[in-house]
Write a protein that binds this ligand. Sequence first.
Ligand SMILES: *[C@@H]1O[C@H](CO)[C@@H](O)[C@H](O)[C@H]1NC(C)=O
Ligand SMILES: *[C@@H]1O[C@H](CO)[C@@H](O)[C@H](O)[C@H]1NC(C)=O
Ligand SMILES: *[C@@H]1O[C@H](CO)[C@@H](O)[C@H](O)[C@H]1NC(C)=O
Ligand SMILES: *[C@@H]1O[C@H](CO)[C@@H](O)[C@H](O)[C@H]1NC(C)=O
Ligand SMILES: *[C@@H]1O[C@H](CO)[C@@H](O)[C@H](O)[C@H]1NC(C)=O
Ligand SMILES: [Zn+2]
Length: 532
Amino acid sequence: MAKIALLFSVIIFLVGSTTVQAAPSIDEYMALRNQVLQTEDSIFLGGSATLDGRETLVNEILMGFKTKEYTLGMETNNGEWFAGTKHIFHAMEAIEASNVFKIIRIMPKGAALHMHDVTVAPTSSFMNISTWANLYYCEGDNNHLLFRFYPSPPPFGCREGTIWKSVASLRENAPSAGWVEEYFQRSMNMYTPTPDVEYPNTNVAWNLFEKKITTAAGMGDYLPAYLQYYYDTLKYHLDDNVMYIEMRGLLNSVYHLNQTELGAREILRGLKETTDQFLIDYPDFFGAKYIYAPHRFNTPVDIGAMIDDSVLMKTEFPQYFAGFDLVGQEDKGSPLLFFLPQLLNATDKGVKFFFHAGETDWRGTKIDENLIDAVLLNTTRIGHGYALYSHPYLYEKAKEQQIAVEVCPISNQILGLVKDFRNHPAFNYMRDDFPVVIAADGPGIYGMSALSHDYYVAFMVMGGEHADLRFLKKLAQNSIQYSAMEAGEKVVAQALWEAKWSTFLDEVIRQYGNSTEQDVMDNSIPMSAVVL
Ligand SMILES: *[C@@H]1O[C@H](CO)[C@@H](O)[C@H](O)[C@H]1NC(C)=O
Ligand SMILES: *[C@@H]1O[C@H](CO)[C@@H](O)[C@H](O)[C@H]1NC(C)=O
Ligand SMILES: *[C@@H]1O[C@H](CO)[C@@H](O)[C@H](O)[C@H]1NC(C)=O
Ligand SMILES: *[C@@H]1O[C@H](CO)[C@@H](O)[C@H](O)[C@H]1NC(C)=O
Ligand SMILES: *[C@@H]1O[C@H](CO)[C@@H](O)[C@H](O)[C@H]1NC(C)=O
Ligand SMILES: [Zn+2]
């Protein structure tokens, strides 16, 4: 506050001095100008953090690469090279060759707090599962591929005139090695070399997104596959130097081979046990919690029942169960207000909320008013909060209540909210250190790393040219601070993160310490863990 007041007095002084008094000398003017820059820097996200000796050295290395990338981007071919100006599918290759990206990859990023179900681990994880016995496929409407595990070939199809066919036979008769994998991956991954053609607007993008999720879910909802995929999800984060996750999920449709479906609490138990096993296998990982997030197309009565179930989950798995949310395209589904009696009831029962809200370009509509209800219902965090910048009063209220916004830049671009990352509104949240965390939403289905691609975009584009190591450090620390961990867990997590951070600093100095003159794009270091 004092700093903002200082900034105003500087501006008033400037205005006053140019109108009433003689103009300042060049030196005086430059001093004032520097004061503006410094004040803005100090109130920006991460601006209050300090860097020690090793961090200062790493910052010089990092900023050396970043500055060169900016110079290249702005000067070469009118920004054509700069990844931030393009669709992520056109920019991926350049990003993955960037040394800034490589440093972000090895940086301990703390927690990932926004992601969903079968969209998180890479789609290649399903290729493994697609070699399992008893898997069948069928072409639904518009040749939309569907999968299901059955104990024997079922005597029916997925729609009239079709039958479920054996994936094993398809493999035997495939025209070439890799043909099946390509066919399957295309059906579940959003990647395309022509995103502008395939996803011309939000509705088309969402429609295809949900179709691809349905394709993946047919395979991924078979209980053993579901748990294997979740295990792969945890590993995917660990490999990207993320030590803790909070995942959202529908907790429905998970089935046994005999086609009986599990209840939400049974599914949650399976996930919890898989997390425990993962922590035994990889003690370096910190843990996970879960947010029950059913569809916003449910009826109020159903949502009421799901909230009752949430209370039971909270009692049965107090460490693992974090809270409640509603998912599905906000533009099309029921707003939070529609479920108000049920949601107020949930508050009374101590269920915490993690609402998606304001994931829309339709400002001032019923849809973006979800933000009002999310904040008034005391949501712990806001998923996306893309439209929050158009609610100045609510913005201040959320800031006062320390309600963090989970910013998912790549997801917002792929689903059609923003074309050029330079126009992403999250910049407005970073400029006064509003609590933000960076998340990926569906990194696997988008073909991204667990978190690093989104961090790269946040750092290189939204943070602007000045954002430095303090910005990245603050984002990682925010992810722990605004997680659903209890105070005691946060202390332990923070200590583990600090140990990892120290190793990271040594590693950057070791790998890049003498390379500030090296090219920005270094293709000689392969990005081993990101597989499409
Ligand atoms: C695929 O499955 C095999 C055997 O279960 C396993 O060894 C391998 O690590 C898996 N690969 C991936 C990418 O999950
Ligand atoms: C279906 O399979 C599961 C797991 O093997 C088993 O627990 C359940 O009793 C079976 N249900 C029926 C109706 O056979
Ligand atoms: C609120 O909770 C109570 C107690 O569980 C229940 O009887 C009532 O039906 C709930 N109200 C709504 C609107 O779901
Ligand atoms: C939200 O929190 C405030 C302050 O603790 C409280 O007064 C209010 O009743 C809460 N609202 C709901 C819906 O629980
Ligand atoms: C950098 O180069 C100097 C001088 O050649 C050498 O002593 C130092 O060990 C090198 N540092 C790293 C991190 O490679
Ligand atoms: Zn989401």
